[in-house]
Design a protein around this ligand. Structure first.
Ligand code: ZN
Length: 448
């Protein structure tokens, strides 16, 4: 194991504890498990809950019937549960219609899903949009079943109800928003996506305590695909307030970070994340947008084109534990969750802090020594700070943002932010939007 940077005050242990609490719930895209999950999240923050009735048209889709399940089993001739929903809710194909009866194993086989190449893992399967049923079990469990008759039962209901989602808006000085979106529909799986849900929630709690926020922050906890589509349908015109966004998934595993860019690939969120991940010291890769995965594909669709990227560690679909019973509480760790939390917090901090400034002494270099700025640099512990001040002064003409400064200078974000802060304190810099009278030459005047 290589040395990893400190994760500071990120609440790794608390994230893991929350994941363990939510792990047993049988979540789906609708139903009691989803509501109970949102109720737990509501203990931390006052989530606004929405119930959208089954049958409601949402863009090109329709909110489905609500699914609930109490129990399910396959019993052998002796009446023993050889497959038991109470042992793992992954044992039932999610959204299975109710069924009960006696079947020969040979007749049951097409309904039994296994992973032959991972003989100890139970697969996670869904059937949201076709009325069918099935069981999932490990290959080893299946291999141990003798031919013969089995009693089966899926005690579920599929009936008109509602789709539930939760959201939280933390107002900022601007009505423009940063969206953090985490799908909350998977049953007993941890990395995908209790990790994303937990990181989003506890970060929202921290950010809710800030005395001021520039952008407003919107946190959305909705079932995958249909939940995001429902939200977009109900916010079709106001969605354009979202200026930056991230979907979160798979943030607790031991893989390097994966950043999936927005459709355009060069939005501010793409640039900020590249900077933060580089500065973090964590191993990472950035990949281009593609139109599958999680809800970034809804947000980036041509009608919306919202600049929503995706932050993950392991890339969904590309590690063996993904969508299996191996994605359990032992697959995620407090340390990796804390790292993800810190990276996400740094990305949001950078978005909030990235603004355009004007140098208030733009005619040649201001004399830093007489203002005590060299002493301030010496005490900062940031070796690049002096250089960062020169870069910020040089580029702050009202047209370049601090992100531009960081990219062009190659200096770290921490140095750039600290340099701007010091220069503001010493009346050498002001926010472009607040500077009263920019010097005339900054306006492109040729007056001499
Ligand atoms: Zn998934």
């Amino acid at each position: 194991m290589t040395d990893r940077p400190e994760v500071g005050d990120a609440p790794g242990a608390e994230l893991l504890e929350l994941i363990r609490e939510l792990y047993p719930f049988c979540r789906s895209i609708t139903g009691v498990g989803l509501r109970e999950t949102l109720a737990v999240l509501g203990r931390y923050l006052p989530l606004e809950l929405h119930e959208v009735p089954s049958g409601t048209p949402v863009l090109d889709w329709v909110v489905p019937k609500e699914w609930n399940i109490r129990d399910a089993w396959i019993k052998d001739a002796a009446g023993r549960r050889v497959v038991d929903f109470r042992a793992s809710n992954l044992h039932v194909v999610n959204y299975s219609v109710p069924v009960a009866g006696r079947f020969l194993l040979s007749a049951l086989r097409p309904r039994l899903h296994t992973l032959p190449r991972q003989p100890d893992a139970i697969p996670y399967r869904t059937a949201y949009y076709e009325e069918t049923w099935g069981f999932c079990l490990s290959q080893r469990q299946l291999d141990a079943l003798p031919e013969g008759e089995y009693d089966i039962c899926i005690d579920s209901t599929l009936a008109p109800g509602a789709l539930t989602y939760g959201e939280l808006l933390l107002p900022g000085e601007s009505s423009e928003e940063i969206l953090i979106s985490a799908h909350v529909c998977h049953p007993s799986l941890c990395d995908d996506n209790l990790s994303g849900v937990a990181v989003a929630l506890l970060l929202a709690r921290e950010l809710s305590q800030l005395p001021r926020r520039r952008y407003s922050l919107r946190f959305l906890f909705a079932p995958g695909t249909i939940g995001a589509i429902t939200w977009l349908a109900r916010n079709q015109t106001s969605a354009s307030r979202i200026k930056h966004g991230l979907t979160l998934t798979c943030l607790g595993d031991g893989h390097p970070f994966t950043f999936k860019r927005t459709f355009a690939g060069n939005n501010e969120i793409d640039r900020v994340a590249a900077l933060v991940l580089k500065a973090s010291g964590y191993e990472h890769q950035s990949i281009d947008f593609f139109p599958y995965g999680y809800d970034e594909r809804q947000y980036n669709s041509p009608g919306f084109r919202l600049p929503v990227a995706s932050l993950m560690r392991g890339r969904h679909g590309q590690f063996p534990e993904y969508h299996t019973s191996l994605d359990n509480p032992s697959f995620v760790s407090a340390d990796r969750l804390a790292e993800s939390y810190r990276v996400l917090r740094d990305i949001i901090d950078a978005l909030q802090g990235n603004d355009r400034y004007v140098n208030l002494q733009p005619f040649a270099e201001p004399q830093l020594g007489k203002r005590g700025l060299y002493r301030a640099v010496g005490g900062s512990g940031l070796p690049g700070l002096q250089l960062a001040m020169l870069w910020v002064l040089s580029m702050s003409d009202g047209r370049h943002s601090l992100l531009d400064v960081a990219e062009r200078s190659g200096l770290g974000w921490a140095e750039i932010i600290m340099a701007a802060k010091l220069l503001i304190e010493h009346q050498l810099l002001a926010r472009a939007s607040e500077a009263q009278q920019p010097p005339s030459n900054l306006l492109g005047s040729t007056r001499s």
